[in-house]
Design a protein around this ligand. Sequence first.
Ligand code: ASN
Ligand code: ZN
Ligand code: CA
Length: 331
Amino acid sequence: YQAVETGSGTSQYSGTVPLGTTATGSGYTLTDAARGGHRTYDLNGGTSGTGTLFTDADDTWGNGLPTNRQTAAVDAHYGAALTWDFYKSELGRNGIAGDGKAAYSRVHYGNAYVNAFWQDSCFCMTYGDGANNARPLTSIDVAGHEMTHGLTSRTAGLRYSGESGGLNEATSDILGTSVEFHANNPNDPGDYLIGEKIDIRGNGTPLRYMDKPSKDGSSADFWSRSVARMDVHHSSGVGNHFFYLLSEGSGAKTINGVSYDSPTYDGTPVTGIGRVKAYQIWYKALSVYMTSSTNYAGARTATLQAATDLYGANSAEYQAVAKAWAAVNVK
Ligand code: ASN
Ligand code: ZN
Ligand code: CA
């Protein structure tokens, strides 16, 4: 028989977390029946196929350390569940494709592989174990980022190059960060940093910053014609910075113990409308108005249309969207 269960996992990055599991009669599997049946598999160093579905005798998973094979699976399975729940409660969306169908996750890809990725071909997301197989790329924001590549593919379909590629990447950072805030996990509180838990740079700094993207040494704070030629993980800075400014406004601010200082293109201050309104505007723009070839000017139009639909053309929210785009030099 198969029964919906709630297991308990000790994650690497998020403390002790609930897990959607399924009882098989002889034990439990990482199959989240309450969320479309999302499964998490152990690639065990492989780079193809699904490997083996995680199983456990007592429904108590992982020990918080990367040396325990279940630990990365706990983080990945939890991150997928948080993202599913965020899509449902915050965006009114039933899974990545809107049809209630789950993706699946694969952990322990390759050897000391320092990346994570989404693939449309398998409708699945995959995580490497990071440097020395000690820092799997399975934090909440990274899981939300990867799963959101699936969402983008099933909505706007933003082409993964040029300005549309930057918008694709920004969408994953924006919603991945929004999942992290919405989860409100005390071990990984929300922030406008990407990858702050996984130490991918080896010096404790995050992979990306949304308040001032150029803090990573490569990303764009403001639109210019040159962003179309940048790597999509750097041209995303324009969209990430827009989202930060629309949510929180410009200037110095501390949230959950992290300090930010967000600049504007011409120095004119911007007032934020809060991240909930900001992500709801972004999602409506993504799912209704953006297309595969949308560029930053088109994203401005799409978010203004979304703000009009949600709040009206004469709303403070519409004005804030216009001001936040001007503040990143998109007019
Ligand atoms: N981790 C990267 C990302 O999701 C993989 C890639 O470059 N597509 O953007
Ligand atoms: Zn990405
Ligand atoms: Ca983060």
